[in-house]
Design a protein around this ligand. Structure first.
Ligand SMILES: Cc1ncc(COP(=O)(O)O)c(C=O)c1O
Length: 393
């Protein structure tokens, strides 16, 4: 029997990160030891106080559908957090709780983009921002984030790419895969362009708590006149090591929240009830748990950045945020895909070829430092040896 698959599914590429991961897992099943630097998920366990809240919620029978929008307790906790930490004055009714930020991407873009509309998206970027507009029949137009520019935005390029069909611009700060954090002055300039061209901003802030060296994350919605032009998107996955719990949210003007909720109702109904209770606890009862994780990420980052920059033929900028190092391998004369394959097969270290995140990532490899310090030390030594074999023959 021949199965029919809708043509639109061809507009969506499978995740290149998972491809590396599947291969690494297959090698492990065959008895090899592989060091994983490909997956962008915290290696820490979820803090105990959050698990406790989930267990209590289950014991209390919080096992049924909640309001589609999310529980009022969680929406209020999110609004309070956005006021306290991000200096944006959202009401609880301006928050929609989703099943991970991933679902919020679909809800926002389905609400915002008509077929044929354009959306400006960074290159390189987490690929949902390319695949979802494509699936919706809209066009993702990329703008570059370049290493020589400290992964900041080039406004000449952005201005040149705005057309009457442009509806919105996506920013991901801190960024996956570059680890770059957009500076406040850059966000201020972007805000002026957005207002002048009547655009919306889709601000993915999932890595906002993971910033290093005292670097400051600024939410664009906190700038004058920007709250009404921004979808502020975030979730529990990264900061609270809750990626498997699937809890995200989007804050936006209520007119949008109401319409996005239609998408959300038909897609997932609501986020899991006891997870919402746990997320409420995560946001309202936090002690030093996140700070401790960030301290450890920074220790690993400092080691890896130094070790990588001591290897002849490759280099990297020191990421200011997230948990990724974007390694420049252009001098090695091989494509990112060839290098990633070589490193996996020969050195047993899994890294993601940069072109998986868009053409701007060609010549780079993404290394996640969400892995133990010991594994990072060992991985960097293996990387050095493998690169030396290439450069010294
Ligand atoms: C930039 C970015 N946004 C969103 C997500 C996914 O977030 P969630 O787990 O909340 O769906 C990721 C996951 O890697 C990401 O890198």
């Amino acid at each position: 029997m021949e199965y029919h698959i809708a043509a639109r599914m061809d507009r969506m590429a499978p995740s290149g990160i998972r491809k590396v991961n599947e291969k690494a897992l297959a090698m492990e099943r065959a008895g090899e030891r592989v060091l994983h630097f490909e997956i962008g998920r915290p290696d820490f366990d979820t803090p105990e106080y959050i698990k406790k809240a989930a267990k209590e919620a289950l014991a209390e029978g919080k096992v049924h559908y909640t309001s589609n929008f999310g529980t009022m307790e969680l929406r209020q906790a999110i609004a309070d957090k956005l006021k306290r930490e991000n200096h944006i004055d959202y009401k609880a009714t301006e928050v929609l709780v989703t099943v991970g930020l991933s679902e919020a991407v679909f809800a926002v873009l389905a609400t915002l983009l008509d077929e044929g509309d354009e959306i400006l998206v960074p290159d390189p970027v987490w690929l949902n921002y390319i695949n979802v507009p494509n699936l919706l029949g809209a066009k993702a137009v990329t703008y570059s984030l370049k290493e020589e520019n400290g992964y900041q935005m080039d406004f000449d390029e952005i201005r040149a790419k705005i057309t009457p069909k442009t509806r919105a611009i996506v920013i991901v700060t801190p960024n996956n895969p570059t680890g770059g954090v957009l500076e406040e002055s850059v966000l201020e300039e972007l805000a002026e362009i957005v207002k002048a061209n009547d655009l919306m901003v889709i601000a993915d802030e999932i890595y906002e708590r993971l910033v290093y060296d005292g670097c400051k994350h600024v939410s664009i919605a906190s700038l004058p006149g920007m709250k009404e032009r921004t979808f502020t998107m975030n979730g529990m996955s990264k900061a609270y090591a809750m990626d498997g719990w699937r809890l995200g949210y989007v804050a936006a003007p209520e007119e949008y929240i109401t319409v996005m909720n239609k998408f959300h109702q038909h897609n997932t109904t609501c986020a899991p009830s006891f997870v919402q209770a746990a997320a409420t606890a995560a946001l309202t009862q936090e002690g030093d748990e996140v700070k401790e994780m960030v301290k450890e990420y920074q220790r690993r980052r400092d080691y890896a950045v130094k070790a990588i920059n001591e290897i002849d033929g490759i280099s990297c900028l020191c990421p200011k945020g997230a948990f990724y190092i974007f390694i420049n391998c252009k001098k090695l004369g091989k494509s990112s895909a060839e290098l990633a394959q070589y490193l996996l097969e020969e050195a047993k270290i899994a890294l993601v070829p940069g072109d998986v995140f868009g053409p701007g990532g060609e010549g780079y490899l993404r290394m996640s430092f969400a892995n133990s310090y010991e594994n990072i030390v060992e991985g960097c030594a293996k990387l050095k040896e493998a690169v030396e074999r290439l450069t010294k023959g």
